[in-house]
Design a protein around this ligand. Structure first.
Ligand SMILES: [Zn+2]
Length: 483
């Protein structure tokens, strides 16, 4: 009976909604005209949840367990998707990007092609562009990195950075923004500069904040590169960002300003360094970049709120990275996320401090001598109530000794890999120590095979509820877009 009444009520409600929409004069939207696909690289439930617990903890809610929801977690449709590639349960960004961009599974490492690299798959961005929509590709890592590349280029290997970059102007897409180019003159540095090729193809390239802010629709096609680039020609981690840098949210907002037109647009926005932070087992940097990515999501949601009838915003990850979880054997049922606040820079920024020290002391420095830097960067101390002692101190000493060696003198055995994953040993030992104290732990320096959340709002949002495959995300989106 209750079920029947529920059904009847629902029918009435739907009818009323249709009438209200028609009466309000808005055309009954049959397709999503403004489409955002926001991809947190390496962002699955643990990354989102860690950021939400951290936000609650910073808001002074540490006394009572809780979360402060990210904007992406407030979206009305929430689902999960599987991520495996054709050759592994644990995918990479190329195969996962290909699945999201083209609806096809492929082999890890392949960009928008079939597993043998003999056939290109058309991407959602190319389909949208063909239909007359404008297209934007935004990423916090280099713009020819696997995830963004999957939307505008095709190659059997994600590592052909130069080749991927050369395909960028051929796409004709209107807006590329974020990081730079890893190999602008080819792998050997003897090829024509890709910046010149892009310039010749009629793109305007900006590399300063001033030029970026001045960009308007009259400027035509754009490649906007962040003025501050760190390793891999990527934007800095959010925790290391200064006001000389442009944020992912700013790049997203500018994209909307430049792409907005009556035919609509498709914009892919990637938070690329959530993944990099998790490879390095640095929870604070992962949380910082997840929050920065969520700021970009908020920009898309603001646009949605102004155009609810013809906008679709989809937020997902391409895979999990690091095997992050909430909980550690040493802290059992407790978490202490407040301790994460002690970390003031990324492992990458700390690496620079550490390498400087190694050089200035010619590898003969001592842990005690260097510890003031550790205190500044991670809020850890050798004295006092919360001092690093016992087994924690022993592991720091071991890692410090390893870091004082040149990278060529370090052991390459499995034991060393399990401890440091090929990163600067002392930096990894410190993030592990701090993360474990907070009640966070890692199982890998690579990706893992767990499903990732998919959140959506707008035209066709209801189709994103449930449990499906990453290739279905493409089908759900193209169907909402009427492609
Ligand atoms: Zn990835």
């Amino acid at each position: 009976m209750i079920f029947m009444r529920g059904r009847r009520f629902l029918a009435k409600f739907v009818l009323a909604t249709v009438m209200v929409t028609v009466l309000a004069g808005g055309a009954w939207a049959d397709r999503a005209k403004y489409v955002f696909l926001m991809i947190g690289d390496g962002m699955a439930m643990p990354q989102r949840n860690a950021a939400e617990i951290y936000l609650a903890s910073m808001a002074g809610k540490d006394a009572r367990p809780g979360i402060v929801k990210l904007a992406m977690s407030t979206l009305p449709a929430q689902g999960f998707c599987t991520t495996y590639s054709t050759n592994s349960i644990i995918t990479d960004s190329a195969a996962a990007g290909t699945a999201l961009a083209t609806g096809n599974k492929t082999k890890s490492g392949v960009i928008a092609m079939n597993p043998t690299g003999t056939e290109s798959h058309e991407t959602i961005a190319e389909m949208a562009h063909k239909r007359g929509m404008k297209v934007g590709i935004v990423s916090s890592v280099s713009i020819e990195h696997a995830t963004p590349a999957c939307f505008y280029s095709h190659n059997e290997s994600r590592n052909d950075y130069y080749e991927l970059a050369c395909q960028l102007p051929e796409s004709g897409f209107e807006y590329f923004a974020g990081g730079g180019f890893k190999k602008p003159k080819g792998p050997k540095g003897d090829q024509p500069d890709v910046m010149g090729i892009i310039d010749k193809a009629g793109y305007r390239i900006t590399e300063t904040i001033e030029d970026f802010r001045k960009l308007s629709k009259e400027d035509g096609k754009i490649v906007a590169i962040n003025p501050v680039l760190w390793s891999g020609k990527a934007m800095p981690y959010a925790v290391d960002e200064t006001d000389r840098s442009i944020s992912l949210a700013d790049f997203t907002a500018k994209g909307i300003e430049l792409l907005d037109n009556p035919e609509g647009f498709f914009m892919m926005v990637e938070g690329g360094k959530i993944d990099w932070a998790c490879h390095a087992n640095d929870a604070v940097s992962s949380i910082g970049d997840t929050i920065a990515f969520d700021e970009a999501v908020k920009v898309a949601l603001d646009f949605y709120n102004d155009h609810p009838e013809d906008t679709l915003v989809v937020v997902t990850g391409d895979h999990e990275t690091g095997g992050l979880t909430i909980g550690f054997a040493g802290t059992k049922y407790d978490t202490f996320f407040g301790k994460l606040d002690g970390q003031k820079m990324s492992y990458e920024a700390f690496d620079l401090v550490l390498v400087d020290y190694r050089k200035s002391t010619e590898g003969k420095g001592s842990l005690e001598d260097f510890f003031p830097q550790v205190e500044k960067a991670f809020g850890l101390s050798l004295k006092g109530q919360d001092a690093v002692t016992g087994s924690e101190l022993a592991s720091l000493k071991q890692a410090f000794a390893e870091s004082m060696k040149g990278s060529k003198e370090r052991s390459e055995d499995q034991e060393t890999y399990l401890l440091y994953g090929g990163y600067e040993p002392f930096s990894i030992a410190l993030t592990h120590l701090l993360n474990r104290r907070a009640g966070l732990a890692w199982t890998s320096y690579a990706h893992t095979g767990v499903p990732v959340p998919v959140s959506a709002v707008g035209v066709g949002q209801e189709t994103f509820n449930g449990y499906y495959d990453n290739t279905d995300v493409f089908r759900k989106m193209t169907s909402a877009m009427g492609l």
